[in-house]
Write a protein that binds this ligand. Sequence first.
Ligand code: PLP
Length: 456
Amino acid sequence: MTGAADTLARDPAAPAESHLFYQAHGTRPFIDRAEGIWMYGQDGKSYMDAASGAMVCNIGHSNPRVIAAMKEQLDRCTFAYRLQFQSEASEGLAAEIARLMPAGLDKVFFVSGGSEAVETCLKFARQWAIAVGQGSRYKVISRFPSYHGCTLGALAVTGYTPLSAPFDPMMRAMPKITTPRQYLDGRGEDPDAYGRRMADLLEEEILRQGPETVLAFIMEPVGGASTGAVVAPDTYYPRIREICDKYGVLLIYDEVMTGVGRTGRFLAAEHWGITPDLVAMSKGFAAGYAPLGAMIAPGRMVRQVLDAGGFAHGHTYAGNPIACAAGRAVVREIVEQDLSTNAACMGERQMAGLQALMAEFPFVGDVRGKGLLQAMELVADKETLAVLPKELNAASRLVDLAYERGLIIYFRRTRGGAEGDHVMITPPLTITPAEVDEMLDRLRGALRALHKEIAG
Ligand code: PLP
């Protein structure tokens, strides 16, 4: 995902020519060290990490207990191939996750990231359908806008045009329904009715496609960067579950960003008492200490796939002992320090602050989210929510202005990718009340500077 970091000033410590490249031209300042919510550049500046990197560092940086657990594993064994050895770290983490999941979701398949977790869900769903004699089912309905990853399978269910368009000829196009965004397309409508109406789009799409061809429906329970932390009305979630059950369609929750406490519960699904059929997790799972992701599935489905000849899928690094040791220590930290509850409480404090900023600035059109997954939308007109001119690059500018004030936030163009501006405000779940207040002060400073630029 192209970020505003591409426009950051060149770091004096950087070599004359970098041999690295990412999405776009540009270099970033060199990181020196990080601790808690703070990151320190080699440029001597300190930065408050209100993005958790990319909604990853849920327990903050340099947690001594996680580092100790990783060091212990480093001293014992750094790699054990899953077809040759099991490790205490991977077995222990799988058991812990099974304990924290809704009843029945008790089998864990490890991978190294979010896209891999989503791919695994899609391929597992398909192999399960074949195993139970439903091989006609292969279509995975998803939503627009949405983001499920950058590998071709995950991209086929992603609703974000700038990322997917070049690859359309290489992928099998998957059907999409509209993501509920009441602030945009349901204003004035009763939220319960809006939620049901938007969920019913799934039933219409299943019938249009032919239920016997539809394998699964995948959704982010709370939107990530593609929508800017959009939450659907409460009626949406149970209705979607009901429709999936009615047509034998698997419900996949992509909790890559929302999982592991970020929205105020261990899984976002818990807010609505939903048990999905499959769950994808990553990001906050090992919280940036190591690359880690997972698919979580019911034992019943896993047995059916394995009995039918095995799951034809897997990555070399799956279940890496160091990544699993990190994940185990991170999950322990989330549970023992009750960081989900802190995310819920600090989320409320942060939301109150964002609402005050919305009242203060004419171009802040909406603030929304759940727990510490929150976003602020920048608009030309608060009434119509018309987008700001693209040339202003408002969200990207806000990220730069915040950065100049020692605050890291995250932006992405919204409304499907082509237009609109929002920033994500997603600090570590360890944030304290004083840090929330300081973060909001810095954000206010950046918004004032943006206001001056917009006013010209
Ligand atoms: N799914 C969701 C909801 C995400 O937010 C992301 C990443 O932003 C992914 C999947 C892909 O994860 P990764 O970048 O680790 O491959």
